[in-house]
Design a protein around this ligand. Structure first.
Ligand SMILES: Cc1ncc(COP(=O)(O)O)c(C=O)c1O
Length: 479
């Protein structure tokens, strides 16, 4: 009999019945079962997989139910116009960057941005100027932007057309977006925000404010990451009216012409859920999380980050930092063996993403599991995996595309110019991107990820893609 590897693999995974502390936010469908209309949608999902026939509108020319739902979305988030995206925040980041900038524009970008931002910069042929992210050396966690460095960069690059910020990062850590918006608006620079992990922001006073309300020009959110929404469902919000016409065009360019009504219905539902139930549901979740955070932090060798560690952090996430000298990877494997599925492990911390559909019982199971974790036996020699200096940009990322490239052994790649981004997944943040020089500390970090067996895009058989040597000759710095 022929095999069905994908179907069998996924069915096998769901049969394990893990507690999901990973995306998507609906947690195995539970998020739809919280309301009568959600339950009806859940029961009818496969029948909702229809196409754009009469009466159900057209995503690329909305005049009926899709338009009405998008208007409700815009009203809820308080944008000038909001869009449903069926190809995730990846498509939204492409659309916002294409709509806001022209070929050759200089843009200021947070170095720890998602690969969809780096890819958009290449495709739109932009000149990126990177801002450093601060690193918390106690927990080896990437914090928000180094604001002093940002102000320095803004002052030296008055000709930049805008700035692209990630708010929050994968760890739920937020930058001072209000300050950035103020500084940029004085200089006529647009502020674009990748808020993939922030669709629930603003629904409760203990959560950071929504980037839309703070006044960013365009904001993209992965509804599917934190809300009761199917994978690939994202929102794009525009505050700057002058950009709407271009956004209309580029959103349509980057979206499928066969949009999934299942995804679209779930996006409409997730806005409804926030509006109808969000305040209370998040209040309960945050209180439960706070209660268990306190007792978890009494357990030796683990520490769940909170607002005392980071200025502004999304408290619906547990970033469990494992004390230096103990293995976060073994801790992660241990949780999985207890049927607890974390979102990710970065070698230092394990990240759990909660939504209102994780109940107190889940927290109790997690607490009991961590309490009985034999962490004393998980000793591991501490290895530095943080790159303190950003890699040097040598040529523009877009210029790399048309040059001849070769795969070279990682070990002998020092000093070469990177021709293919190297990206651990998750979180999808490039360690090095196109046009940057490979240094010794980066090789060390990449080798660490390879040894751990993490998914690492851009590395093949311990080789890395670089520019052919001929192309490296005579190259001068562009920044
Ligand atoms: C910060 C950030 N931006 C963008 C994306 C891409 O989002 P999507 O999966 O909705 O395309 C991700 C995905 O993990 C992300 O973490």
């Amino acid at each position: 009999m022929s095999k069905l590897p994908l179907v069998e693999g996924v069915l096998k995974y769901i049969k394990q019945g893990n507690i999901s502390l990973a995306m998507p936010g609906h947690k195995g469908g539970l998020g739809f079962k919280e309301t009568d209309i959600g339950q009806e949608l859940y029961d009818s999902f496969i029948k909702c997989d229809i196409t754009e026939v009469e009466g159900v509108d057209n995503l690329h020319f909305p005049r009926g139910i899709i338009k009405e739902a998008a208007e409700l979305l815009s009203e809820y988030y308080k944008s000038k116009k909001s869009y449903f995206l069926v190809n995730g925040t990846t498509s939204g980041n492409l659309a916002m960057i294409f709509a806001s900038f022209n070929e050759g524009d200089k843009v200021i970008v947070e170095r720890n941005c998602h690969r969809s931002i780096s890819n958009a910069i290449i495709l739109r042929k932009l000149v990126p100027i990177y801002i450093k992210n601060k690193i918390d050396t106690k927990y080896d966690a990437p914090m928000s932007i180094d604001v002093e460095h940002l102000l320095h960069i803004i002052n030296f690059n008055n000709d930049a057309k805008g700035i692209i910020i990630t708010y929050p990062n994968y760890y739920g850590i937020c930058t001072k977006l209000e300050l950035i918006i103020k500084e940029c608006s004085q200089r006529n620079m647009k502020v674009l925000v990748d808020s993939a992990h922030g669709a629930h922001f603003g629904v409760h006073k203990s959560l950071p404010e929504s980037a839309v309300k703070l006044g960013a020009d365009i904001v993209v959110m992965s509804a599917h990451k934190t809300l009761p929404c199917l994978n690939q469902g994202s929102f794009l919000h525009v505050n700057n009216e002058s950009l709407i016409e271009k956004v209309d065009f580029y959103v349509s360019v980057f979206l499928s012409t066969s949009p999934s009504y299942m995804i679209m219905c779930s996006m409409d539902y997730s806005r409804y859920y926030l509006q109808e139930k969000g305040g209370q549901a998040y209040d309960k979740l945050l209180r439960n999380l706070e209660k268990y955070r306190r007792i978890l932090n009494k357990i030796p060798h683990v520490h769940v980050l909170d607002e005392n560690d980071m200025e502004s952090i999304d408290l619906t996430r547990y970033v469990i930092s494992i004390e230096k000298g103990y293995s976060a990877d073994l801790f992660y494997e241990y949780l999985k063996s207890k049927k607890i599925q974390p979102e990710m492990c970065d070698g230092r911390s394990v990240i759990l993403i909660f939504s209102p559909f994780n109940k107190e019982e889940d927290l109790n199971i997690i607490y009991e599991a961590i309490l009985s974790c034999p962490i004393e036996s998980m000793i591991e020699e501490y290895s530095e995996i943080i790159i303190n200096e950003m890699p040097k940009s040598i040529i523009k990322p877009c210029e790399v595309m048309d040059k001849i490239k070769v795969w070279v052994p990682l070990k002998s790649s020092k000093g070469r110019i990177c021709a293919g981004a190297v990206v651990p997944y998750p979180p999808g943040v490039p360690l090095i991107t196109l046009g940057e020089r490979i240094e010794e500390d980066l090789i060390h970090v990449i080798e660490y990820y390879v040894t751990k067996g993490n998914t690492l895009l851009g590395i093949k058989d311990n080789k890395i893609l670089v520019l052919e040597e001929e192309h490296e000759k005579g190259i001068t710095y562009y920044v």
